[in-house]
Design a protein around this ligand. Structure first.
Ligand SMILES: [Zn+2]
Ligand SMILES: [Zn+2]
Length: 366
């Protein structure tokens, strides 16, 4: 999701008054509300953007911060306005504002049914280390309740309308006299709605919603690690009675790599070299996430010596720069020698012993 200017989104400029902001948002919310645009993900996306813009601009403190720090602030700190699960709208925003809007959407009768925000979904995504390093585009398939595309949530067979409940004559409740008392009970026939559906929609069987598999295309940013949690706003369970949808949390896990392991943003690997390479020095090829790199092993390198390839590690998630690659050399000690090799090694040993003796005699003379 690319960043968009909040004023632009609402079609305003920076001098807009709170009244103008509210008015603009009201107009756009009507236009893009998901319930008015079933099966239209770009409208839902737009609705989320304008809601985000409105939440910032209608709050004097947040608006001042946004005006001062602009884009860089907006995504970082404003992202955390609401903790997952805690859906507390600013002030009595919902009571006044949404009350008005949803009264118009659903008629006042629906007011009796509580708006509930949809639940959050969790999706486990396994990626390779390379995908974690470079980022990727992926498709997530989520079966979830959606507004029925055939009846558009009306629950009626297309071309038909609900009729006034014959049992309660549209009142939603029934009165009965028992002796001296008059009792009022919710109408069983219409469940208190005052209307009944004669021909229910065949696709959703009169529920108004249906389980559909939704395909969400999303970008996994470079640098994700085991336990990284990515939040996709509004892609969770649908809300009830006009409530906002929940969010989708993508939980990332990174597959084990045959060569590399990871420590924070650093990549670790072990590279075997021969005894002769370690003693004499060598230039060896090192596998990295970005292809092969050359490493100069100086003569007389001790076993298990570590080298650092700067900037060859993992990119820093939502930041700049990269970790390093740490290469640990493993000197292979030959376990089986043939006769010739043993002879040479023996000879080498004698030369070493001779040199040592010579040195110690030399030093004794002095
Ligand atoms: Zn339907
Ligand atoms: Zn009824």
């Amino acid at each position: 999701m690319s960043y968009r200017d909040y004023y632009d989104l609402l079609g305003l400029d920076q001098s807009a008054t709170p009244e103008e902001i509210k008015k603009a948002y009201r107009r756009l919310a009507h236009q893009f509300h998901p319930d008015k645009n079933p099966g239209n993900p770009s409208a839902a996306e737009q609705f989320r953007h304008i809601t985000e813009a409105y939440e910032v601009l209608q709050d004097t403190k947040k608006r001042t911060a946004y005006d001062r720090y602009g884009a860089s602030m907006a995504r970082g700190s404003f992202e955390g306005f609401r903790e997952p699960g805690d859906f507390s709208p600013p002030g009595n925003f919902f009571d006044d504002f949404w009350g008005e809007i949803f009264r118009e959407f659903y008629g006042s009768r629906r007011q009796r049914f509580t708006r509930t925000r949809g639940g959050d979904f969790r999706y486990n995504l396994e990626v390779s280390l390379e995908e974690a390093a470079f980022g990727m585009e992926t498709e997530i398939k989520i079966p979830r309740m959606s507004i029925c595309p055939l009846c558009r949530g009306s629950r009626c067979s297309p071309g038909t309308l609900p009729v006034t409940c014959p049992a309660c004559r549209g009142i939603g409740s029934l009165r009965a006299q028992r002796g001296f008392f008059i009792t009022e009970t919710t109408c069983q026939r219409c469940g208190g709605e005052g209307k009944v559906i004669v021909r229910p929609c065949s696709q959703c069987r009169g529920m108004g919603h249906i389980k559909l598999t939704r395909i969400i295309r999303t970008h996994i940013p470079p640098g994700v690690d085991n336990g990284t949690r990515l939040r996709l706003r509004g892609e969770g369970e649908m809300g009830r009675n006009g409530g906002l949808p929940g969010d989708l949390y993508v939980m990332v896990s990174v597959r084990k790599h045959p060569i590399f392991s990871r420590s924070g943003n650093d990549i670790l690997c072990q590279i075997p070299i021969t005894l002769v390479q370690a003693v004499r020095g060598a230039e060896i090829e090192i596998p990295t996430l970005r292809g092969k790199a050359k490493l100069k092993v100086p003569p007389g390198t001790p076993a298990e010596k570590s080298f650092t390839l700067r900037g060859y590690g993992m990119p820093i998630l939502r930041g700049s720069g990269r970790g390093d690659q740490k290469v640990k050399l493993q000197v292979e000690i030959p376990s089986k020698l043939n006769r010739r090799q043993r002879e040479i090694l023996e000879e080498f040993n004698q030369i070493c012993a001779g040199a040592k003796k010579g040195r110690s005699e030399g030093s004794a003379r002095n």
